[in-house]
Each structure stands twice: as structure tokens, then as C-alpha cells.
Ligand binder design. Structure first.
Ligand code: P5A
Length: 437
């Protein structure tokens, strides 16, 4: 992509109303634009990151056998009246009336809608276990939308729903998601701690939030000091094996959100406990037959007797993750994208666009990287070098290649690693070699 005609409306100065780093950098890097309170348009650079995150989430859901569907954003209020949540959900639920006077709502979550799909089609235990998910916009009329995409009113969520015949099988489905979540966040370069949490308006008596540690997080959290030494994620977990011992080993390490943390009964000494803040990037729930009872979703069991299915639901804050990753990975100059979610792999800076040699080398590098499937953002703008380099640091692509006339005289370009800041002078072949191998 050529920066000269790519739509990245970067800002030189800090926007006044952005209180936290990720919000500031997202606005300054031209990733999003506020449409109204807590509602954002995603501009090209922001949308690229959102799509990369979405794809990682999708791959890890598929890997545990969940099947992708797409439910609508607008739902009929009737189902919510059946479940009882139409009255319970309160002012966060955006209620609408269509031209026929029918009550509708913009979905804040989809437990009712999915239960309706299930009860229409599935009647036998032979269809179980079943997990379905979608990645869809949600709306919650939050009292205090803030921190940009972190607490929006409209936000993108991956929500999965599991259906099982009994408690034992439902816990197996829960454990699969538990491990899938740890893998998902690790792929994005994040260290997420699963923490005992309150289940709130979703319900049920077992739920875990996945928390990224960050001073700017909205949640107060408590965890065992050596948590990260004890818990390392093995890449080759057999997802179809018995996951209970693994999940138990995670959960045996103390970690709780403030709703669940009880200082009186905490098993740790003051030295062993860390009290800090975190960002909730996911939340999983087991709520048994709460919705299947209310909406009468049942299957015939092995003995022919009807059972209300046991359900769980599993949320990932996809749009929140864009902000959370920036909170976890930035410096004073800008964003430092982990490679897996970076909007482009390489930023190519042409220091002097009116120098024929510089442009020729840039074009050649651009073409060769494209051939090997790497995404390059090519800064071919007629701007001062200083401001081009500052923009590249702000945008935060993992690698920068800086092509200037002085280096080319001795046949080299500069390759800079955004994360470490280290840079080396390499010939064109050497640079290509770094990425091809
Ligand atoms: C689980 C999936 C649910 O809604 N029903 C379907 C369950 N859970 S949850 O905890 O309420 O939300 C799941 C994740 O969505 C993100 N999130 C938000 N992101 C941005 N702005 C918001 N206002 C917002 N509210 C929730 C969080 O990451 C949360 O863990």
C-alpha cells in the first residue's frame, strides 16, 4: 500500500478528550473516528488490525470444533420476554419499535437468539455436543462509555454458545473454551490471566474473566505474585484429551476480580499477593439450564427422556482487544504492534522520493515483498524525513526499512526493529534474505 494515497488521517498533537494511551494512539494513528459517544467508525488502518484479531479468534474457535454462524444485530423482544431478561436488563438494552409497532432490540448478547435456533432444529442427544459462535456487533447503552474502543456502546464481540446433554459434558465444553482462550490471547502477544468472576446479567454460578494486566484497566484484580512463573502455556495441548487437570492447575493459582476477592479469606500473605488493575478481554460462563428452561430447549436423552440442555456462553471483546493490545505494547513514540496483529508487516520509507535510485530500490523491495506475501506500507510521500519516521514509529509496524541516498551510495538500506529500536545496515539481498527465510 502506498501511503501517498492511503487514508490514514494521522494527528500531530494529542487529542484533548483521550484519557488513556491506547485511545490517544488510535486517534493519532488515524485508526478510528468517533461517530457519537461510544460509537466509532473504523478507518483503514484500524480495520486491518480489527480483522487480524478477528481472524485469530476465528481460527482458535474453529480449532476446538466451534462452528461459525452469523446472527442479526436486531432481535425480536419476544424472545427476551420469554427469558425474562427484557425487564431485567435495564437501561443498557437499546429498545426499538418497528413500523408495525413490534418491540425489537439491538442485541447486547445472543443467548436467547441462539437458544431459539437450537430449539427449532435439534431434538436428540445425538446432535450434542454442539458449539456455535459468531463475530458480530453488539450494542449496550453504557452509562459511561469511555477510553475509546475499550468501553464502547457499539462494540465487536465473538460470542460462542455450547450445548450439552449434562453437567459433565458441559464442563468439558467449558474447559475447551478455557484453553482456546489462553491460546487466542497468547497468539496476540498477550498474557491473559483467567480469574474467578461475577456472572452479572448473563447468569449462572461459574464464570471466569480473562484479564490483561494494565494500570489503565477498569477492573481491580488480585493475583498470586508468581502466577506467570507457574503457568506457561504448552503449545501442543491435545484439545480432545482430558483438560480438567490443566484447567485445575491454572485455577489453583490465586487470581480473582474485586467482586470475588475476599481479603479475609484470601489464602495468600500480603507479600505473595499483587493488587493491580486489568482489562477484561474475555468472559466465559456456565449457566446450566437457565435459558433452555425458560425457552424450553430440550433433547431426548439416551433413555428417550427429555432434558433441558446445559449451556455455556463465551465472549471475546474483539474491538476492545485493539485497545488492550496497545495498552500492553507501546512506548512514548507510539504503538508497537505484535507481529500477528500488525496492520502491515513492514513500513518502507523512501527518504528522497525525487531521487531515482531511492525510488527504484523501494519499488523493487515493494515488489519482492509482495511476491512473498508480506504486507508493506510504502511511505512515498513528499514529506520531511523526520516526520515520516515519526509517523512510522507512531503507526508501530514491527519492521521499518529506510531507504536513503547516503546509504545507497554504499549499497545499503537501514532495517529497524520497532520493538527493540535496534537497526542495522544491510544490502538489498540481505534485507530480502531476512524475511524470506
Ligand atoms: C458471553 C458471550 C457476554 O456477553 N454472552 C455472550 C456473554 N459476556 S460479557 O462479559 O458481557 O462480554 C464479553 C466480552 O465483551 C467485551 N465487552 C465490551 N467491549 C467493549 N465495550 C463494551 N462496552 C463491552 N462490554 C463487554 C469484554 O471483553 C467482555 O469480556
Amino acid at each position: 500500500m502506498r501511503l501517498s494515497n492511503y487514508f490514514i488521517p494521522t494527528l500531530k498533537d494529542n487529542p484533548k478528550d483521550a484519557q488513556i494511551t491506547s485511545h490517544r494512539f488510535m486517534l493519532r494513528a488515524g485508526m478510528i473516528q468517533q461517530a457519537s459517544a461510544g460509537i466509532y467508525s473504523w478507518l483503514p488502518l484500524g480495520l486491518r488490525v480489527l480483522k487480524k484479531i478477528e481472524q485469530i479468534v476465528r481460527e482458535e474457535q474453529n480449532a476446538v470444533g466451534a462452528q461459525e454462524i452469523l446472527m442479526p444485530t436486531i432481535q425480536s423482544a419476544d424472545l427476551w420476554k420469554e427469558s425474562g431478561r427484557y425487564d431485567d436488563y435495564g437501561k443498557e438494552l437499546l429498545r426499538l419499535t418497528d413500523r408495525h409497532g413490534r418491540d425489537m432490540l439491538y442485541g447486547p448478547t445472543n443467548e436467547e437468539q441462539i437458544t431459539e435456533i437450537f430449539r427449532t432444529h435439534l431434538k436428540s442427544y445425538r446432535s450434542l455436543p454442539l458449539s456455535l459462535y459468531h463475530i458480530q456487533w453488539k450494542f449496550r447503552d453504557e452509562v459511561r462509555p469511555r477510553f475509546g474502543v475499550m468501553r464502547g456502546r457499539e462494540f465487536l464481540m465473538k460470542d460462542a454458545y455450547s450445548f450439552d446433554l449434562n453437567y459433565e459434558n458441559a464442563i468439558k465444553s467449558y474447559n475447551k473454551m478455557f484453553i482456546a482462550y489462553l491460546k487466542t490471547y497468547a497468539r496476540m502477544g498477550l498474557k491473559a490471566i483467567p480469574m474467578a468472576a461475577d456472572s452479572g446479567p448473563i447468569g449462572g454460578d461459574m464464570s471466569h474473566e480473562f484479564i490483561i494486566l494494565a494500570e489503565t484497566g477498569e477492573s481491580e484484580v488480585y493475583y498470586q505474585k508468581n502466577w506467570f512463573d507457574i503457568n506457561t502455556l504448552d503449545k501442543d495441548i491435545d484439545i480432545n484429551g482430558d483438560l480438567q487437570p490443566l484447567v485445575d492447575s491454572y485455577l489453583s493459582c490465586y487470581a480473582a476480580t474485586d467482586e470475588k476477592h475476599d481479603p479475609e479469606n484470601c489464602p495468600l500473605t500480603e507479600e505473595e499477593l499483587i493488587a493491580t488493575r486489568g482489562i477484561e478481554v474475555g468472559h466465559i460462563f456456565y449457566f446450566g439450564a437457565k435459558y433452555s428452561d425458560a425457552l424450553n430447549a430440550s433433547v431426548a436423552g439416551y433413555d428417550g427422556v427429555e432434558n433441558h440442555v446445559h449451556m455455556g456462553s463465551y465472549g471475546v471483546g474483539v474491538s476492545r482487544l485493539v485497545g488492550a493490545i496497545i495498552e500492553a505494547s507501546h512506548d512514548e513514540k507510539g504503538i508497537v504492534w505484535p507481529e500477528a496483529v500488525a496492520p502491515f508487516d513492514i513500513g518502507l520509507v523512501n527518504v528522497k522520493i525525487d531521487n531515482a535510485k531511492c525510488s527504484e530500490i523501494c519499488h523493487e523491495l515493494y515488489r519482492r515483498f509482495h511476491q512473498i506475501g508480506l504486507e508493506v506500507l510504502y511511505d512515498d510521500r513528499d514529506e520531511r524525513t523526520g516526520s515520516k519516521l515519526a509517523d512510522m514509529d507512531l503507526i508501530g509496524l514491527p519492521w521499518q526499512i529506510i531507504v536513503g541516498p547516503r546509504g545507497l551510495k554504499s549499497g545499503v538500506v537501514e532495517l529497524k526493529n520497532r520493538k527493540t529500536g535496534s537497526s542495522e545496515e544491510l544490502t538489498i539481498d540481505e534485507v530480502l534474505g531476512k524475511f524470506i527465510n
